[in-house]
Design a protein. Sequence first.
Length: 262
Amino acid sequence: MRGGAGPLAVAGSVAALALSLTACTNGSADRGAASLAPGSEDTTLWVLAAASLTEVLEEIAEGFEADHPGVDVVGNYAGSSDLAAQLLEGAPADVFISADEANMDKVEGLVAGTPTVVATNTLTIVVPEGNRAGVAGLADLADDAVVTVVCAPQVPCGAATAALAAGAGVTLSPASEEQNVTDVLGKVSAGQADAGIVYVTDVARGYGVEAVPIDGAGSVVNRYPAAALTRAAQPALAQEFVAYLGGPEAQAVLAAAGFGAP
């Protein structure tokens, strides 16, 4: 599988997505014809996926490719809201995987069939190793002395953060609001923040970080729907990939990475 962004380089993934999809300006039909042209080595399946899936989807795609010789799954990763906006602007793609159902609902008219929830996730606080600010829970992030970064509210992890904070009666005062969860993780890993709120699955993706559990985190659960798209150049293959995500091989990979069952 060829991914559209590295583990901590998703800040520029929307631009990279635009560039990679610009190469397909002749439309999804032309793209599909090219990938299936005589002498073509690979059939390309284009997948737009939430940033929190970056590493795990690369592994899942390798299994799918092994079962489908000649298929090359190309992933582009960004915040789900950015990906939904790209699709609404006409970006060609075969499959969309969102980190929440709200952003999938935004592109309902582009979805072929009914989206399938393939995973769930919950939030945690992430801090640099050693926890220099002594963060013990969500309430500590209300302290202006604690430099905190969170996802922007339109991003799934940001909407979940806002819901969790409201439920706990905590008013957060973040130093910045990021466009995807990988950027939050990156700032904490780089020591630019004392704490951030990410998915539990993200902690293992970070360098030099540790988790501080959030009491009641299970009250806000993000569900990850996947769907083939009506403009897919490879409609049958797109449906097969979505089905594979819900199958035992992919589910085992997701579980090993810390994602919850659908």
